[in-house]
Design a protein around this ligand. Structure first.
Ligand code: KMH
Ligand code: ZN
Length: 283
């Protein structure tokens, strides 16, 4: 059993949930800032950022990300991780545009995947484009794996010299069309990782809590938030900070504790949040 600190990522908004589904979705930069502060107080170390326009629609507009980034930075010390997945249908150029702001971290989804009725497209050329921008900006990458085959793509990019292992990996389980959220699948994925990788798990819906608990026992890290799960319990909508607080409490019960953002920076090989000279373990 691990007693290492657990890095809790909050994914507070995502691209799929719409404001009509819950009153707790942070839409504006100010709301993202307030969410960041509440989630840091509850035990989060990383915030995974998507942006919306005021009407709730998705945008990867650089100016909107800049406002959100400033609001989050002004609210505390969370590691800021930009999504490069964006929303289904965004072009690769749209998806990478906010990286010009040089966040400390950014995601790279390591392959295409059916996504409900749609396809989340991440061909090898798209992955190369995103990774090149991540590397050029000196940003630490989080490899997002929605299926086991995505690990093969990551290994291919490593063979091409575009990223290096060990890296930080997030398993996103339970997307309709991706790998199902089960303990057996999580154990299998973790066993398949290159030596020295750190990993976290995100899971859709009700499985979020179960997979987070499994990660605590297995020595992994956790992602929670409304991007992946709207409910605290059946028929009870969640606030982001409640989802963070619950897994932080479970961590302590299980002999671990939430990593502070600076501890998470050390674990992930990220330099201090200066905006320049950001350390980069994974690319
Ligand atoms: N919204 C999904 C299509 C990421 O943030 O890097 C993709 C996604 C992945 O959320
Ligand atoms: Zn996302």
């Amino acid at each position: 059993m691990s007693d290492a600190p657990v890095i809790i990522t909050v994914a507070p908004v995502g691209a799929e949930v719409m404001p009509g589904q819950t009153p707790y979705l942070p839409i504006t930069p100010a709301q993202l800032g307030a969410t960041a502060a509440a989630c840091e107080a509850a035990g989060a170390a990383i915030i995974h950022v998507h942006c919306r326009r005021d009407d709730g629609t998705n945008t990867h507009d650089v100016a909107r990300f800049e406002e959100a980034y400033a609001a989050i930075r002004g609210a505390g010390n969370l590691i800021v991780q930009f999504s490069t997945g964006g929303a289904i249908g965004m072009s690769p150029q749209e998806r990478i545009a906010p990286l010009s702001l040089r966040p400390e971290m950014a995601t790279l989804t390591c392959g295409s995947v059916n996504f409900g009725e749609e396809i989340f497209e991440n061909s090898v050329p798209i992955m190369r484009t995103i990774l090149e921008e991540i590397r050029a900006r000196g940003i630490v990458v989080e490899l997002e794996l929605f299926d086991k085959g995505h690990l093969s793509n990551a290994r291919r990019l490593a063979r091409e010299g575009r990223l290096s292992f060990p890296a930080h990996v997030d398993f996103v389980l339970g997307v309709p069309g991706g790998l199902e959220a089960s303990v057996a699948n999580l154990v299998d994925l973790v066993a398949a990782l290159p030596a020295g990788c750190t990993w976290s798990v995100a899971a859709v819906g009700r499985a979020q809590l179960a997979m987070a608990t499994a990660a605590l026992v297995m020595g992994g890290h956790i992602r929670v938030g409304l991007e992946d799960n709207l409910y605290y319990a059946k028929d009870r909508l969640a606030r982001n900070e409640e989802l963070v607080e619950r897994v932080a409490r479970l961590a302590v019960e299980l002999g671990r504790r939430p990593a502070l953002p600076d501890e998470a920076r050390r674990i992930l090989g990220i330099g201090p949040p200066s905006g320049t000279g950001i350390g980069n373990r994974s690319t």
